[in-house]
Design a protein around this ligand. Structure first.
Ligand code: THU
Length: 146
């Protein structure tokens, strides 16, 4: 399925190509596991993210989170799809923390997963993060309290 955006259709293959371009910018000298992400906003814009590691290892940030933070900082709140690219033989799904970060802005979303070559696999965020802890507003609450 090709998501329709305000700027026209965006094929999964194009979004995967964006994620692969982001992967090339990863800073992953410690794990040597570069990851690239590309997040498609309803506006039609694509936000890239790469993992950025640090000598203080726990400070490293995943590619998916980099992409979400870049998009939200640019004013986006609604998303249509995300692609994740790794330099591995088999595609790699996003870590649990990144699933939760994506879930803040999208109840469900196609997730295209691509390894170093070949076709991508498609999952959905709902499939990857079932029974999620959702933002309070979705549950009709304005606070965490009641
Ligand atoms: N990483 C991501 O960028 N995204 C994920 O979903 C899983 C892990 C990064 C974090 C770290 O820089 C490297 O991959 C190895 O864990």
């Amino acid at each position: 399925m090709t998501p329709e955006t305000a700027g026209g259709p965006m094929s999964p293959e194009r979004l995967v190509a964006e994620a692969r371009a982001a992967l090339a910018r990863a800073h992953a000298p410690y794990s040597r596991f570069p990851v690239g992400a590309a997040l498609l906003a309803e506006s039609g814009r694509v936000y890239r993210g790469a993992n950025v590691e640090n000598a203080s290892l726990g400070l490293s940030v995943c590619a998916e989170r980099s992409a979400v933070f870049a998009a939200v900082t640019a004013g986006e709140r609604r998303f249509l799809a995300v692609a994740v690219a790794t330099d591995t033989e088999r595609p790699t799904p996003p870590c649990g923390a990144c699933r939760q970060i994506l879930r803040e802005f999208a109840a469900d979303l196609p997730v295209y997963l691509a390894g170093r070559a070949g076709d991508h696999e498609t999952r959905t965020l709902g499939e990857l993060l079932p029974h999620a802890f959702a933002p309070p507003a979705e549950e009709g609450r304005t606070t965490f309290g009641s």
